[in-house]
Design a protein around this ligand. Structure first.
Ligand code: PRT
Ligand code: MG
Length: 219
């Protein structure tokens, strides 16, 4: 990789889509559509800027170890990763959702929590879930999953799930109800700390352009 090349790590889907307007504000246009191309490295209109496509959960890792100079990642993913080696200059206010506790509509969550019995929790977000239930003083047996958390309470794998909720339609479709809201989530710009020193000017230009293009908070 040439030393003046800037590599941005993005995941396909909502993060890629919602980052495009921010890139446009920096004068950067991605030249290929990730939904149509099988390429993992996408060129841009700027010869020294490229985009690498990685799994959402791998974005912080790529940036931490310098596989990418910067990336866009959900706060959920960032918390689970730990954030080591990452400069987090901007809350981009995109890909918004929340982390919540959900249970089957026929499960008495309040009672289970009050009784002090152990709660079986299935989640991909073990770190967020552990912290949350520890603060509440609720003992949990954690079941780590990598997807389709909604299935866990329906099959008896768990009493509760900790998962991302946006519209709530997925919960509703699976007869689950949101019983606690743990935190609000949005996506952050993360930058490799060494890259920020070595490629300060071009990275600062991108960070500043992103900052100027962050969607206004709507209330
Ligand atoms: O999908 P894949 O397994 O490849 O990876 P991923 O799920 O890690 O990535 P992706 O692209 O789905 O999500 C990337 C980031 O987008 C997450 O880390 C969040 O920060 C953010 N985000 C925002 C969301 C949602 N909104 C969201 N709704 N991520 C996931 N969802 C899920 C939610 O868990 C539910 O299962 O989408 C489903 C639909 O949500 P409802 O409530 O609108 O029905
Ligand atoms: Mg997903």
């Amino acid at each position: 990789m040439s030393s003046n090349m800037i590599t941005l790590a993005l995941s396909k889907g909502r993060i890629f889509d919602e980052t495009l307007p921010l890139l446009a504000a920096a004068g950067i246009e991605v030249l290929e559509d990730p939904e149509k191309s099988r390429k993992l490295i996408l060129p841009t209109n700027q010869p020294n800027v490229r985009v690498v496509l990685v799994r959402a959960t791998d974005v912080p890792t790529y940036v931490q170890y310098g596989g990418a100079d910067l990336g866009v990642t959900g706060k959920d993913t960032l918390i689970e990763h730990g954030g080591q080696g990452l400069y987090q200059p901007l809350d981009l206010q995109i890909a918004k959702c929340r982390v919540s506790v959900a249970v089957r509509s026929d499960f008495d969550y309040e009672r289970a929590v009050k009784q002090g019995s152990r709660l079986k929790v299935a989640t991909k977000y073990t770190s967020i879930a552990r912290d949350f239930f520890a603060t509440k003083g609720v003992h949990v047996d954690m079941v780590k999953l990598y997807g389709s958390m909604e299935l866990a309470p329906l099959t008896g794998l768990a009493d509760a799930i900790v998962d991302l909720v946006s519209t709530g339609n997925t919960l509703k479709a699976n007869h689950l109800v949101e019983v606690e809201r743990i935190m609000d989530i949005s996506s952050y710009l993360v930058v490799n700390q060494a890259a920020l020193k070595l490629k300060q000017a071009p990275l600062r230009r991108i960070i500043d352009a992103f900052a100027s293009a962050i969607p206004a908070e709507k209330n």
